[in-house]
Design a protein around this ligand. Structure first.
Ligand SMILES: [Cu+2]
Length: 482
C-alpha cells in the first residue's frame, strides 16, 4: 500500500507556534494563518492485488477551507482518504468507530457482495468497536468513480453532513484510452457544512431537515474555492462527486463546455458535450475540459437551482435552505498557455443495451404527515420499516422500474448493488445510454429505469439520496433471491 501526501502546505501544529515563527510581521501573520492544521488527504493504492487500509471515524478538529472546524471525519481528513483499486483486487478496510454513535460503511456504486462484511448496510458498529470489511472487486467490474460513506438508517444525514465521505476509484479500460490517459486528472469532492462561529456543527434542530439540510459553507476537496491548473498540453479530466447530504450542484465553467465521458456507473460510449451539469447528491460526473480559450482563470460556478416546489417555499419549510439566486464560485480552473487543444477521444467504452425486462414495477415517491412525528417520506405510501421486505427480485433477471414523483420536491432515487440505465423521462427517451446508480425524479415526472440483477443475492435497499428524506422514511428493502 502506497500513501502519498498531496497538499503542498506545511502543517503547523499550534497557533502559538505560528506566533513564535512570524514575530512582528503582520503581513506574514495573515499568510501563516492560512496554513493547514490537519493531516493531508491520503491516497491509498492497491499493491499486488491487495488494498489494505486503516480507517477511523471520529469527531475532531480538522482543517476546513483553511479554518479549524470540528467535524466527523475518516482519519481526520475532509474528504476521507481516496482509495484506488483495480478489478480483481482484494480490499481490506480495518475500520474503527471512534464516534459517540453507531455507524457503518456503504460502498456507493461498487458492485460487490451486499452481505457479510462487504456492502452490508445492516451492519451496526457501536461506538468504540472495530470491524474489518473485506471483499473482492469483481474481475469484470467497470472502471469508475465510486465512494464510501455511512449508511445506518436514522443517522445517515447527520453523519454525512458532519463530513464522512471518501472516494473509491476503480481503475480500468476507461483510464487506458489514450486521450483520457494523456489528460491531467483532478478530483472534486463537493460538500457543504453548517457551522457556528467557533467552527462547530450546528445542531440538526436548527436545520431545515424536511426539505433536506444544507449548509452555507461549500467546500471542494475540503477547501474553499481551490484553484485547479491545467498543465500543457491542455486537457483536464475532472472527476466530480456530489457528497452533500441534500444540496444539488448545477455546474458551469465559464466559456468552457464539459465533455462528459463517464457517469455514476462507468464510461459512456462516446463523449457528450454539455454547457451545464446538474449533480444531485450521490451522483458523479467524469468530464474532459479543453484549455483552448485565452489563458487565464475561469470560475467553476454553481448556478441557482430550485429543488422544492413553490407551494412549499414558506419560511418554515425552507428556513436556512432558501435557495441562493446568485451563482457561487466553487473553484477556479486556470492555465497559462494557449494550446492547439489536445484531441478528445471519439470512442470510449460501449454501453451494452439490456434485454427486455421480465418484470415491471412502479414506485411512487411522495411525502405525508405522521401524527406526533411531522413529515414522513414514502415509497408507495409507506415509510421505511426495517423488518419489512418491500421488493423481492430474482437474480439473473432484468427489471424495469417506473419511478413516479407525485410530491412537491425533487427526489434523487438510488439503488444499491446494481447499476441501471435510464430509459425515459415522461416517456421521452433518454438521449444517450449510461450506467447510473442515482437518478433525479422531479415532481410530476415518471422516470423509467432498466436494471440487470447480477452476481449477488441478499437484502439491500433503495432510497432517496436526499439523506434526510431517507432517514425520514423514503427507503425500501430489496431482496435479491437466488
Ligand atoms: Cu427525497
Amino acid at each position: 500500500m502506497k500513501q502519498i501526501k498531496r497538499r503542498k502546505f506545511l502543517a503547523l501544529s499550534s497557533s502559538s507556534a505560528i506566533a513564535t515563527l512570524i514575530g512582528q510581521c503582520s503581513m506574514a501573520q495573515t499568510q501563516n494563518n492560512k496554513q493547514n492544521f490537519s493531516p493531508d488527504t491520503q491516497i491509498n493504492y492497491s499493491k499486488d492485488g491487495i488494498l489494505e487500509v486503516d480507517l477511523t471515524a471520529s469527531y475532531n478538529q480538522v482543517n476546513l477551507g483553511n479554518k479549524p472546524a470540528y467535524l466527523f471525519s475518516y482519519n481526520g481528513q475532509i474528504p476521507g482518504p481516496r482509495l484506488e483499486a483495480k478489478p480483481g483486487d482484494t480490499i481490506r478496510i480495518n475500520f474503527t468507530n471512534n464516534l459517540l454513535q453507531p455507524t457503518n460503511i456503504h460502498y456507493h456504486g461498487l458492485h460487490i457482495p451486499i452481505t457479510g462484511n462487504a456492502d452490508n448496510v445492516f451492519l451496526h458498529i457501536s461506538p468504540g468497536d472495530r470491524l474489518t470489511y473485506e471483499f473482492q472487486i469483481p474481475q469484470n467490474h467497470h472502471a469508475g468513480m465510486f465512494w464510501y460513506h455511512p449508511h445506518l438508517h436514522g443517522l445517515v444525514a447527520e453523519q454525512l453532513f458532519g463530513g464522512l465521505a471518501g472516494l473509491f476509484i476503480v481503475r480500468g479500460n476507461l483510464d487506458e484510452i489514450p486521450e483520457v490517459k494523456a489528460a491531467s486528472e483532478e478530483f472534486l469532492v463537493l460538500q457543504d457544512f453548517a457551522l457556528d462561529r467557533q467552527g462547530k456543527l450546528l445542531p440538526s434542530q436548527e436545520l431545515s431537515i424536511m426539505s433536506g439540510r444544507e449548509g452555507d459553507l461549500i467546500t471542494a476537496n475540503g477547501q474553499f474555492q481551490p484553484n485547479l491548473t491545467i498543465p500543457t498540453p491542455g486537457l483536464l479530466r475532472l472527476r466530480i462527486l456530489n457528497a452533500s447530504t441534500s444540496r444539488f450542484y448545477r455546474l458551469s465553467l465559464k466559456e468552457h463546455p464539459f465533455f462528459l465521458i463517464a457517469t455514476d456507473g462507468g464510461a459512456l460510449a462516446e463523449p457528450v458535450e454539455m454547457s451545464e451539469l446538474l449533480l444531485t447528491p450521490g451522483e458523479r460526473a467524469d468530464v474532459l475540459i479543453q484549455a483552448n480559450r485565452e489563458p487565464g482563470k475561469y470560475p467553476l460556478l454553481n448556478l441557482p437551482y430550485q429543488r422544492v416546489g413553490m407551494g412549499m417555499m414558506g419560511r418554515g419549510m425552507m428556513g436556512r435552505n432558501a435557495p441562493d439566486n446568485q451563482p457561487q464560485v466553487l473553484a477556479t480552473v486556470s492555465y497559462d498557455t494557449k494550446v492547439a487543444a489536445m484531441p478528445l477521444p471519439t470512442k470510449l467504452i460501449p454501453v451494452a443495451a439490456l434485454a427486455e425486462p421480465q418484470k415491471v414495477r412502479r414506485f411512487q415517491m411522495n411525502h405525508g404527515m405522521k401524527p406526533g412525528q411531522g413529515m414522513v417520506f414514502l415509497f408507495n405510501g409507506q415509510p421505511y420499516q426495517p423488518e419489512r421486505i418491500d421488493t423481492q427480485v430474482q437474480l439473473n433477471t432484468v427489471e424495469d422500474w417506473e419511478l413516479i414523483n407525485t410530491g412537491m420536491m425533487d427526489h434523487p432515487f438510488h439503488v444499491h448493488s446494481n447499476a441501471f440505465q435510464v430509459l425515459s423521462r415522461n416517456e421521452k427517451p433518454e438521449a444517450y445510454r449510461a450506467w447510473k446508480d442515482v437518478v433525479l425524479v422531479k415532481p410530476g415526472e415518471t422516470v423509467r429505469i432498466r436494471m440487470p440483477l447480477r452476481d449477488f443475492t441478499g437484502k439491500t435497499v433503495y432510497h432517496c439520496h436526499i439523506l434526510d428524506h431517507e432517514d425520514l422514511g423514503m427507503m425500501g428493502n430489496l431482496e435479491i433471491q437466488a
